[in-house]
Design a binder for this molecule. Structure first.
Ligand SMILES: Nc1nc(=O)c2c([nH]1)NC[C@@H]1CN(c3ccc(C(=O)N[C@@H](CCC(=O)O)C(=O)O)cc3)C=[N+]21
Length: 282
């Protein structure tokens, strides 16, 4: 039997309706949630994400601002732009699009964002909240992926979860969220030996590798929940990290690319922004 498809598009539609009504409620109290995105340089892929974010804001009635800075921007100029947004009462969420040009220090820049405006959840304060399981801003991609996993209705407690990829923005926070759901979590990466032996045990398999079609059908446990975080451009098309057509015949649930986790990432960015605005009224 073929896997059930977990549609980020369908899930986003209902979540965005909820976000839009929370935006309306805030506007009635005189506050319009605002998201600012800083884009340094002009990487064409980044421009697409930034455009999707802007469209998402419009869709739910939020204010959005994009700050385009040239590729030669200095660290001081970047940090000054962040400080300005920190002090701007029309802005509740700040996102500095990564990766930054090589001459810029990402960690130093992220550290300048006010943690309560850090809607990416990348500030060390929010990373620390993630590690300790305390209340903070949860990174958008792992938050969206967890929402999709929970939508299956499967009881996660005690289940085997395998995350492939150990980045600070996806793999590590994803593993922490699954641990909080009482999964037994393994983090696999490029140096992992016998990768398929790990992945074949997984009731929940999250692929965040950055290689098109990396997860093949023989690596997947029958009936597993397979979450594809990959966004790879192959011959002008967007492909995930999972060999979708083959894995679909083995898995119990699977996320498509596009229309899966990427869509949910934007939705959770909107959710984090409306929540940041709500906190300001409390
Ligand atoms: N500070 C920061 N925060 C991020 O969240 C961040 C970032 N930097 N740098 C780049 C990555 C990548 N990312 C995506 C967001 C949405 C889609 C998305 O909307 N994907 C759609 C469309 C795909 C397409 O056609 O391009 C989909 O999968 O259906 C993809 C990728 C956010 N990132």
């Amino acid at each position: 039997m073929s896997a059930q498809v977990l549609s980020g598009k369908t899930m986003s539609e209902s979540l965005r309706l909820e976000i839009a009504s929370r935006v309306t409620a805030l506007k009635e109290r005189g506050l319009t949630p605002g998201l600012a995105v800083i884009l340094v340089g002009n990487d064409p892929a980044s421009e697409i994400y930034v455009r999707n974010k802007g469209n998402g804001c419009t869709e739910v009635g939020m204010y959005s601002r994009t700050i385009n800075m040239p590729a030669e921007t200095t660290q001081e100029e970047l940090e000054a732009a962040i400080e300005e947004l920190n002090a701007d009462s029309a802005i509740h969420g700040i996102l500095v699009q990564l990766p930054l040009p090589k001459h810029l220090d990402e960690q130093a820049a992220l550290a300048k964002i006010l943690p309560e405006k850090d809607v990416d959840g990348f500030h060390l304060i929010n990373a620390g909240h993630m590690l300790t399981g305390t209340e903070g801003v949860v990174a958008c991609t792992p938050r969206g992926a967890l929402h999709m996993i929970k939508s299956t209705g499967v009881n996660l407690s005690g289940k085997e979860a395998v995350v492939i990829g150990r980045s600070n923005i996806v793999g590590k926070p994803m593993a922490m969220l699954l641990l909080k759901e009482n999964c037994t979590v393994a983090m696999c990466h490029s140096r992992t030996q016998n990768l398929a032996e790990h992945t074949r045990r997984a009731d929940i398999l999250v692929a965040a590798v950055g290689k098109a079609g990396f997860v093949t059908a023989d690596m997947v446990k029958p009936g597993a929940i397979v979450i594809d975080v990959g966004i790879n451009r192959v011959d002008g098309k967007v492909k995930g990290d999972v060999d979708y057509d083959a894995v679909k015949e083995v898995a119990g649930w699977i996320t498509p690319v596009p229309g899966g986790v990427g869509k949910m990432t934007i939705t959770m960015l909107l959710m984090n922004t409306v929540e940041a605005a709500e906190r300001m009224l409390k």
